[in-house]
Design a protein around this ligand. Structure first.
Ligand code: PXG
Length: 462
């Protein structure tokens, strides 16, 4: 098939630099270096504009769970667009594909979550839970419960509420966030913040920060606690096993809602359908997006528990909230086809029992690398902590993550850097050979990084 757009790479880069403002990007810096142009993709592989091939260790941006090139999804979307490209779900309307997708989603959701509210992104899903949790407490006759507790270094999106719930200092600093009514507590990042302590003990300490915050503010003023089961954008932070059960206890005892942001962890990423299930906790609300359609069409949503749905449906009257494209037919068609693939190919079970354990066994071999302070993996979410000195775990003075990421690309692997934490989140269809290839390319990139750091005098010659 001829390429859709046959412009040269230099031509695309020049036009892009002139007209395209990119998300989370230093525009001046980008204009100087030029964007990387991805032309097509198949399975777990990306093809650049000049034909170069890259193994996509990030499933796009944590979303292409079923891999690229799924004709079933393409066909389902095309069929839907011919039949009904758009209609809304406001004003007592629906269409077959929104209804079918809602039903299918609640079949894979935890049994106590039987309703879904459709949005177009993870950020909108977090705006939705922010409003819905407050409405819930109004309906319960406890209108003073308005505040949220969230965590430092969490990521919940880029809208005003999403960025405020998130705990990214740089995002807050740039635009006078967070908004009022949000308290941030510590994150369960043992390698980064608790290494001098037993890991289980550290998990309890960080969970009990929630208890302390609630007791200080007053449970009668707090609507909910929100957290990602595993922090993704924060650096694939897998909490100690003690953390989640303790969080669930505190939420239960203090009677605040528990919101697990499943935007990354949902749809099989952890080897369970949802991250909360992996950690054995029950959420009251769960924002979802990304793997919901494997990114083929933008979509998000909120899974709503019976606990929240009951009183709100009974007492709130109209919930004044919704988006023009809530339940968009084409997005729902993509989602239905995506769920069918996940179920028929048993991709969630595959992550839990097969490719997940296999990739982990290979990934953990990287822990012996002189620049790796810790390797960790859960499901198909993995991280490597790059250090200059394994004894002290000191980092490189100027940082090393971005350089490692660039070396990975040169070695044909997309791996992301969060500071000096390298992270992966490949498609759930990753084969054994691709898992092997991912680890080989990661090791080669680490070796190249070590050579460069030695050459530049940042570490002693081995
Ligand atoms: N919640 C979580 C847990 C996320 O990871 C969002 C909400 C927001 O979703 P939308 O669809 O509005 O982007 C996300 C998104 C990164 C990166 O650099 C991560 C995300 C988005 C963009 C970049 O790791 N996660």
């Amino acid at each position: 098939m001829p390429a859709l757009n046959a412009r040269s790479t230099a031509d695309i880069q020049a036009s892009d630099a002139a007209h395209h403002w990119h998300p989370f990007t230093d525009s001046a810096d980008l204009a100087a270096t030029g964007t990387r142009v991805i032309r097509s993709a198949q399975g777990c592989w990306l093809t650049g504009n000049d034909g170069e091939r890259l193994l996509d260790g990030m499933a796009g941006l944590w979303c292409v769970n079923v891999g690229y090139g799924r004709e079933e999804i393409v066909e389902a979307v095309a069929r839907q667009m011919r039949e009904l490209p758009y209609y809304n779900t406001f004003f007592q309307c629906t269409h077959p594909s929104a209804t079918e997708f809602a039903e299918a989603l609640t079949e894979v959701a935890p049994p106590h979550m039987n309703r879904v509210f459709f949005t177009n992104s993870g950020s909108e899903s977090n705006d939705t839970v922010f409003r819905l949790a407050r409405v819930y407490w109004d309906c319960m006759g406890q209108a003073s419960k308005k505040m949220f507790v969230a965590r430092r270094n969490a990521y919940h999106g880029s809208t005003v509420v999403g960025a405020s719930l998130g705990g990214m200092g740089a995002m807050h600093a740039q635009s006078g966030l967070p908004i009022e009514g949000i308290r941030h507590i510590g994150q369960p990042y043992w390698f980064g913040e608790g290494r001098d302590m037993d890991e289980a003990e550290f998990g309890l300490i960080r969970a009990r920060e929630l208890e302390a915050a609630i007791d200080e503010i007053g449970a009668d003023r707090i609507a909910a606690f929100i957290a990602e089961p595993i922090q993704g954008a924060g650096g694939v932070i897998i909490p100690p096993a003690t953390y989640w059960p303790e969080i669930a206890r505190v939420c239960r005892e203090r009677d605040i809602l528990l919101i697990t942001d499943e935007v990354i962890c949902g749809f099989g990423r952890t080897g369970s359908w949802f991250g909360a299930e992996h950690f054995g906790v029950q959420a009251d609300l769960s924002p979802i997006a990304k793997g919901m359609t494997s990114g083929y069409i933008p979509m998000g949503g909120v899974l709503i528990s019976d606990r929240v749905a009951g009183p709100v449906m009974e007492k709130a009257g109209e919930f004044y909230h919704g988006y023009t494209y809530s339940g968009h037919p084409a997005a729902c068609a993509a989602g239905i086809a995506n769920l069918r693939i996940l179920r028929e190919e048993k991709l969630v079970e595959r992550v839990r029992d097969d490719i997940g354990p296999y990739l982990k066994s290979r990934w953990m071999t990287l822990a012996d690398h002189p620049l790796v302070g810790q390797a960790r993996m859960l499901g198909l979410l993995g991280a490597l902590e790059i250090v200059a000195d394994k004894r002290t775990m000191a980092r490189f003075p100027g940082g090393a993550g971005a350089r490692c990421r660039d070396l990975c690309v040169r070695n044909g692997l997309v791996m992301r850097a969060v500071g000096d934490t390298m992270i992966v989140s490949p498609p759930l269809i990753l084969s054994y050979e691709e898992a092997e290839e991912l680890v080989v390319r990661a090791r080669k990139s680490l070796d190249d990084l070590a050579d460069a750091m030695t050459r530049e005098g940042w570490r002693g010659a081995a």
